[in-house]
Design a protein around this ligand. Sequence first.
Ligand code: CP
Ligand code: NVA
Length: 316
Amino acid sequence: MKHFLQETDFAARELDEVFALARQFKQQRGRRTPAVLAGQTWALIFAKSSTRTRVSFEVGIHELGGNPLFLNRNDIQLGRGETIEDTARVLSRYVHGLVVRTFDHSDVERLAAAGSIPVINALTDFLHPCQIYTDAFTMAERWAGKRGNLVKSLRGRKIAFLGDAAGNMANSWILGANLFGMQITVSGPERFAPGAKVDALLAKEGFSGGYQFTPDPMEAVRDADIVYTDVWVSMGKEEEAKKRNRAMAPYAVTAKLFAAAKPDAYFMHCLPAHPGEEVTQEVLDDPRSIIFDQAENRLHMQKAIMAMLAKAARKK
Ligand code: CP
Ligand code: NVA
C-alpha cells in the first residue's frame, strides 16, 4: 500500500507527475475536476487544531467526488485507549483513506503498517510533508512559469529557514530540500539546532546534500531565494513558550533581515503566523510575501497526493 508519511514516499521519478497534477487541479478549479475519489470516504483523524489542513482536505476530498469524515481523536475510542493498530484495522473496513494529524510520528507509521488503506501525514511533531510539497509547488509556479518543468525549477535554489530549527517545519524542509536538490540553511539558537533524528533520516534516505546550520540569521539569508519561518511555539510545546520566545527573538524576520536576502527573494510561512513574534506585519504584507498562495495551494497539492495514492491503491 502506498502512503504519504514523509516527503520521500514519492520517488524522484513520480514528483513530476504529482506536481503536474497539482497544476492541473489548480487550472481546472471551478470547472470539471476528475472524480477520482467517487464512491469513497476518507477519514481525517486530528489530535491537534487545524484551519488550513482540515479545510483543504475536506474540500479537496469533496471536489474529487469523495466524502470526508472528520474525527476528533478524542471523540473516537482511540482517545480512550483503543490501540492504534485496532483503529487502523477497523477503519480500513469502512473507509478508503486516512488523513492523520498527531503528535508522535510513529503513530502515522503504525496506522499505515496495521491498516490496508493509504495514510497521509497531515503533520506530526517530526514532519509536515503536505506543507513542504505545497511550498515547493508555490515557489516552482513562480520560477517555472505557466508551462516550464516545476520540479526542475527548484534545483540549486537556496532556502533560509529561521527560528525553530529543530521543529517539524525545519525538519521537513531539510528533508524536502534534499529531495528537490535545493540548498538549505537553518538558523536559530544553538539549543534548537536540528537534532540527531533528522540526521539519521537523511542518512537512511541516502542524501549527501545535508544542510547548513548557523546561529547568525544575517549569514543564513545571504543569497537566499526563499526566507521561511514558522511559529516559535508549535502545538504541544506551549509549556516552553517563555523560553522559546526569549531564545528565538533574534531570529524574527524583519524588513531588515528580509532585505539581506536576494532582491527577488520570496517570504514564506506555513501559517498560522504570530505577527510581531517570528515575523513582522510589514514582512507578512510585503508584495514578495506569498503566504496566501501557499495556503491556497494546500488544496491543489493535497488533491494531487490523494489522486496518486488512490490510483496506486486501485492497482493493488
Ligand atoms: N499550515 C498548516 O498546517 O495550518 P493548519 O494548522 O491551520 O492546518
Ligand atoms: N510548527 C507548527 C506548524 C503548524 C502548521 C506546529 O506544529 O504547531
